[in-house]
Design a protein. Sequence first.
Length: 373
Amino acid sequence: MSNSTEPFDRNTPYNRLPFLPPDDEKVETREVYRALNNANKALAELKGIAKKLPNQSMLVNTIALREAKASTEIENIFTTDDELYKALTISEYSAKGNAKEVLRYRQALWKGYNDIVKHKALTIETMIDIYQEIKQVNDGIRPPQTETVILKRGSGKLTGEVVYTPPRGEHVIQQKLANLIEYINDDAKYPYDPLLKIVISHYQFEAIHPFRDGNGRAGRILCILLMNQKQLLDVPILYLSAYIIRAKDQYYEYLKNVTTLRKWDSWIIYMLKAVEETSRYTISKIEQIDRLFSKTCELINDKHPSIRKEFIEKLFEQPYISPRKLLDSDIKSLNTAKKYLRELERSGIVVSEKIGKEIVYLNIDLYNVLSES
């Protein structure tokens, strides 16, 4: 319930942001539960089909990078797939500008994932770790003198106008975050469907807006990680931002409607639809990667029987591969790794490319699968 009957004022810090959970009658509608059922089904199917791959890191590295790229695009930070993959492959290759921002998002995703796995719960320290990784800063919750406001995006006469002023004051923000964290972690006190809790919590985090910057990206990372915490997924492979990019105006409109009208159902249905559609999108990508992997294994087994399956798996962890990345307990010689890659190039499986002083190899079919929208 709202702490006041005063009308919403976008220019005043929203210190009376209601605590969670929202009133049941605002959430429990037939349309919400229909969307919840569809999203849970798709998510369960994604979790199951991901286990088909012999090595889930094949998915984690590729899908997580796609999510990082898309999430930063929502903040109008753009880069190319090619630059990102090269930056991950070649130690001497230095990512610059927007590419560096995307890679920080990916690092923040993994930092948060490891924290969630370790603690089996969400903590304020994990939130801060994610923020610090995204922004490469050492501060935490924004201090009271920081007059953060949310401005209207896009073009037109109203661009730059204040649309929302988040809560202000360190004690106020700490209280709101404590309530949010308890709502997420305490399933006995708040026995709601896990996915419903996640989409409600995503609104609350964005409304609290606890950091100076990077709240949108941090919030989307938390959304994915909470699916791991609630065991809806084993690894962070949901490409959620792809849906938001296509319907970005609705995303911000429904956020605003919860704030100004306490209209939860449209926001919840939107986010559940995002989970359903991106689950099905990711399932499609997994199936494509799995078929390509199987065909590649068959071809290599036929033409190059000395090359082991573990070597082939590494070709699918990301589109570019450097010979150094193939060294392990079985392949200890750089010359052996280079020899295998040259053999695969003659068979049309990879294509070599010189970047700086290093020769790297591109799994072009995997690159094309990942690049298709």
